[in-house]
Design a protein. Structure first.
Length: 173
């Protein structure tokens, strides 16, 4: 089974998470629920590739290159995905993007960099660009999940740097 957090943390051993297997499973289930988009998805306007692009942008803004790259590798058919993830709505690719995508990228930026200052006007801008309420919720859920994943992955990296040799030695006893 895939473990996205372990993958983006790029560590060999994440035994510190073993004491709460339900939390590990829930984090992976949240990813699966948001990104394993079935053909009959009730929110079809946010396809799998776009969801991964949104996640890559959020990870980039969170400062986690590994997570951004992991999500970018899954953007499939999104043209200029790397440029969109790094430059956002105001980058070279973003300026050429359609209104709907630009609005989504701006929304991701707001949720990551200034979540407390978003307003109803921000949501009205998304609606004006063609996003439905359900689609806007999905965008927010993706940003929230990525934020969580990035924080856990960073903690695992730090633990691996500090205690990695001790963890590996415990496993060999």
């Amino acid at each position: 089974m895939t473990d996205v957090i372990r993958d983006i943390a790029e560590i060999d051993d994440d035994r510190p998470r073993d004491h709460r297997p339900v939390v590990r499973e829930a984090a992976q289930s949240a990813y699966d629920a948001l990104f394993a988009v079935p053909l009959d998805d009730p929110v079809p306007g946010v396809g799998r590739d776009l969801r991964h692009l949104i996640a890559a942008r959020a990870a980039w803004l969170e400062g986690d290159r590994s997570a951004a790259d992991w999500y970018l590798a899954r953007t499939g058919g999104v043209a200029d995905a790397a440029d969109l993830a790094v430059g956002g709505a105001d980058g070279a690719a973003g300026v050429r993007a359609g209104r709907r995508l630009r609005a989504a990228l701006r929304h991701v930026d707001a949720l990551v960099t200034r979540p407390a200052s978003t307003t109803a006007d921000d949501l009205a801008g998304l609606v004006a660009a063609g996003w439905s309420a359900a689609e806007i919720v999905v965008l927010g859920q993706i940003v929230g999940l990525v934020s969580y994943q990035v924080r856990v992955a960073q903690a695992l990296r730090v633990q691996d740097d500090l205690f990695g040799h001790e963890i590996h030695e415990e496993g060999s006893r």
